[in-house]
Design a protein around this ligand. Sequence first.
Ligand code: AMP
Length: 282
Amino acid sequence: MKIFNSKKDLKDCILEHKRNKKTIGFVPTMGALHRGHLSLIEKAKEKNDIVVISVFVNPTQFDNIEDLNKYPKTLENDIKLLESVATDVLFCPSVEEIYAENIVSKNFNFDGLEHQMEGKFRKGHFDGVGTIVKTLFEIVEPNKAYFGQKDFQQLQVIKKMVKKHHLPVKIKGCPIFREEDGLAMSSRNARLSKEHREIVPFIYKTLKKVNKKFGKENITDINNWVENQFKNQPLLELEYFTIAEEKSLETVKKAASNKKYRAFIAVFAGKIRLIDNIRLKN
Ligand code: AMP
């Protein structure tokens, strides 16, 4: 695996591959890699000649300085994992290499997607995501880029950005990879205390029960039921639960038969904030 810290060196490498008519698949991450990330790399390997992964903890998408400072950094282990799945290229730049002196986001308009859910609770988050992903696309110039449905709102925001800015890249959404007990894999899981780790599978269990209720009970009753479930769970604090239409991400109170819906949730387990979502059967 080739490892680059410099934009220029990476661009030279990509240019060489493009000259040789190779297609580039790209997986942007913030590192502390787990099997969820590796599943994206495997998807990328199936459909592209060369797979590039980036590891960069992007400061402009964090609204919480403690979350940023404590974000797990495990580059040595990440490199071992990436080599185990035969990744071709790793790009792990410094903050200065990406932002120089000016660590700020650009402003984006994602036609309202950015104001739902995560956008309500993490101010400026999607401007930060748009800024870093667009910058990385300009450096890597991938043919295809792979994003997890774990961050479903982010996936929709990126698709919107690509469409609105006419970026020459195809965005591929990949399924959520889970632990055996149902917990969605996340780099932040490593920061959970033992007692929080034991209780957090409750999040996905609740989402699965929501899926059973969807279509049978009205959505207001489902929302109330979820709130009550978490009131009875002293170790977890529900930040939001909402059922939203997949394309607009707008919260709904009544489902239409010709649209697709997901249930989205954000929960604090102590100081660790976890998100998850589930596709609801029609
Ligand atoms: P992150 O390093 O958390 O920024 O994630 C990098 C990419 O991996 C994003 O596209 C995430 O949606 C995706 N990802 C993270 N966790 C999972 C998971 N459990 N299953 C599938 N994709 C994931």
